[in-house]
Design a protein around this ligand. Sequence first.
Ligand code: PEP
Length: 249
Amino acid sequence: MRDRIVAGNWKMNNDFNETEKLLDQLKSYPEPSDVKIMIAPSFTQLYQSVQLLKSTNISVVAQNMGIAPSGAYTGEVSPKMLKGIGVNTVIIGHSERRDIFKEDDNFLTKKIKIAIESDLKVIFCFGEKLEDRVLKNHFEIVANQLKVALLNLSYKNIMKIILAYEPVWAIGTGETASAAQAQEMHSYIRNIISSYFDSKVADKVPILYGGSVKPSNAKEIFSESDVDGGLIGGASLNAEDFMNIANSF
Ligand code: PEP
C-alpha cells in the first residue's frame, strides 16, 4: 500500500508562542495509525517544532530551501542546516514560490537536485492556473511541470519524491477541484510516472491533492483511488480541522 500523507503548510503564519499553542493542541488528538502527518512551519519555528514533536510521529518539513549546499546566498537556508536540526523533507515548487518569487522550472530543477543529493525528501508541488484549465491546457501544463521533477531522477531517487497536485485556482480560494477532477489528474500523473519509470514505481509514489481541502470535503477527495492524501494550507492552522482531515481516509 502507498503511504497516506496529510501535510500542513503553515506558510508565513505562527510565531514562537503560536507554534507552541498549535502543537500542544495537535498533540492532544490521537494520531491515526495509518496516516503520516507532517507540518511545515516557517524556518524560525522548525527547530522548536522538531523538539516539541519528539514524542509523536508527526514530522516537520521545511517550506523552502536554498539552491546550494552552502555559500554566498544571503537570506537562504541550506539543506545541511535543515538536516542538522532533524528536518528531512522540504516542499519545492509551491505555487506561491513560483508566482511571487519567480522560481521557474530551471531553478526548481536545481533545487530538486540539491535536495536529493543532500538526502532530503521532496514534496514537489505543481498544478495549472485557472486560464490553463479554461483553455483545456491543464494536462499539458502538468506534464511539463512534472518533467522538472522526474527527468533526471534515478529509480532510487524517485522514491524520495512525494508529488502534490495543486491547481492554482483552488489554493486559498475556497474553490476545490471535485473529487472526479482530482482523480482524473492524479491518474494522468501516475501514468506519466509510469512512462518515465515503470508501473511498479508509479504505484509507489504518493500523489497528494492540495487546494482548499477542509474537513467537509476531505473524505470525498481522499476516497479516490489515486489520491493519497493532501497538502493543506488554511485548514492546517486549526488543530481540530487538520486532525479531522488526517482522519478522513
Ligand atoms: C497550499 O497552499 O498548498 C494550499 C493547498 O492552501 P489551501 O489549503 O489554503 O488552499
